[in-house]
Design a protein around this ligand. Structure first.
Ligand code: WQD
Length: 339
């Protein structure tokens, strides 16, 4: 059984990838520093798959701890999620973001080289494109000057990996996520935003649950059909399955270059107001919202051209937006009932 390290494996996307890896007969070991999640996610993964992954609470900024871990674990691949990811916070604390998102990546790659581990999957983001000149966005779209230190760490991360693949000979795939939403159908795992949610969907579900008074829609003066910004919202389970497809591509040595990158989205754009309307339709809940000013740094529209991933990874998003929003609501209801 191939053994895969998943860093940040107790996080929102990481935990869904762990479930899909276990469903595909991989042995999984998780490193997480628990800074943005809680350890009960481990038991919740086990509730879904009946397999409790090995777990090590390690801060990947501590080089010696990373070295010790790799001394004691033979691995066939690494999927790296562990990183700080709040765009706004990265503007206030850039050095925290560079330390956590870059140093940790360097230490991981150094240990992979030392221990001859060949396969690396990197959690990247469509943020690297900024406001693309053409829609839908293909992988040929130019990487633009990052709008935030968070986005910059994703760009720098990809460059570090590309240089390392060339120099040390390992193979890597960067998956450029669009907007991951929703939760596992079991409602055992989902998005656990600590504090006031920055992202749209958790704010929507918390408003519907009465935790937030109303949703602020950041701007309705964009050059779009209804004036609100457009994104490509992809069910987190579809996104998780893309990681398994990418890993299998590397394990079977089907990759055409030692560093590849793929846009992972649905290929469909949805506006904020369309999200509100669709959420109300699938849940029967009325959403209180008000239109406020644009959020600084937001782009008008982003949605993926997924042709390359469809063909090369033999992967396609299967879930509907309705199913994703309903799963987010069911997950929220479970969290609210717990409180
Ligand atoms: C989506 C849309 C907002 C909240 C960011 C990162 C990206 C990834 C996902 C980490 C936008 C609007 C939002 C609210 C709103 N992060 N909105 N009211 O900004 O597209 O992407 O999060 O991996 O890298 O850049 O996602 O969910 O914050 O916003 O109107 O309370 O919803 O303006 O148009 P975003 P988001």
């Amino acid at each position: 059984m191939k053994k895969i390290l998943v860093t940040g494996g107790l996080g929102f996307i990481g935990s869904h990838v762990v479930v899909e890896l276990q469903n595909s007969e991989f042995e999984v070991v998780i490193i997480d520093d628990l800074s943005n999640t809680n350890v009960e996610v481990l038991d919740n993964i086990e509730k879904i798959t009946n397999i409790k992954p090995q777990f090590f609470q390690i801060d990947l900024r501590k080089k010696e701890l990373v070295q010790d871990f790799f001394k004691n674990n033979q691995l066939d691949g690494v999927i790296h999620f562990a990183a700080s990811k709040a765009v706004g916070e990265s503007v206030e604390k850039p050095l925290d973001y560079y330390e956590n998102n870059i140093n940790a990546l360097v230490y991981l790659l150094q240990e992979m080289d030392k221990n001859n581990i060949d396969n690396f999957i990197f959690s990247s983001s469509c943020t690297v494109y900024g406001q693309a000149d053409e829609l839908p966005i293909t992988e040929n779209a130019p990487v633009k000057i990052a709008e935030s230190p968070y986005g910059n760490t994703k760009q720098i991360g990809e460059e570090i990996i590309q240089d390392s693949c060339k120099a040390y000979g390992f193979n890597a795939i960067a998956l450029r996520y669009f907007n991951p939403i929703g939760a596992h159908e079991s409602t055992n795992i989902g998005e656990l935003p600590l504090g006031v949610p920055q992202n749209l969907i958790p704010f929507v579900t918390q408003t519907a649950a009465g935790i937030r008074k109303e949703l602020s829609v950041f701007g309705d003066d964009y050059p779009t059909l209804d004036g609100t910004a457009i994104r490509d919202y992809i069910h987190v389970v579809d996104l998780a399955k893309a990681h398994v497809s990418a890993l299998q591509r590397l394990l079977k040595k089907e990759n055409k270059d030692n560093f590849e990158f793929f846009n992972i989205g649905t290929g469909k754009g949805t506006s904020v107001l369309e999200i509100v309307q669709t959420f109300e339709k699938v849940t029967g809940k009325k959403l209180n919202y008000k239109i406020v000013d644009r959020r600084p740094g937001d782009i008008t529209a982003a949605y993926a051209d997924t042709t390359k991933a469809n063909i090369e990874l033999n992967w396609k998003a299967e879930e509907t937006l309705e199913a994703a929003l309903l799963s987010a609501w069911k997950w929220q209801q479970k969290q609210t009932n717990k409180e």
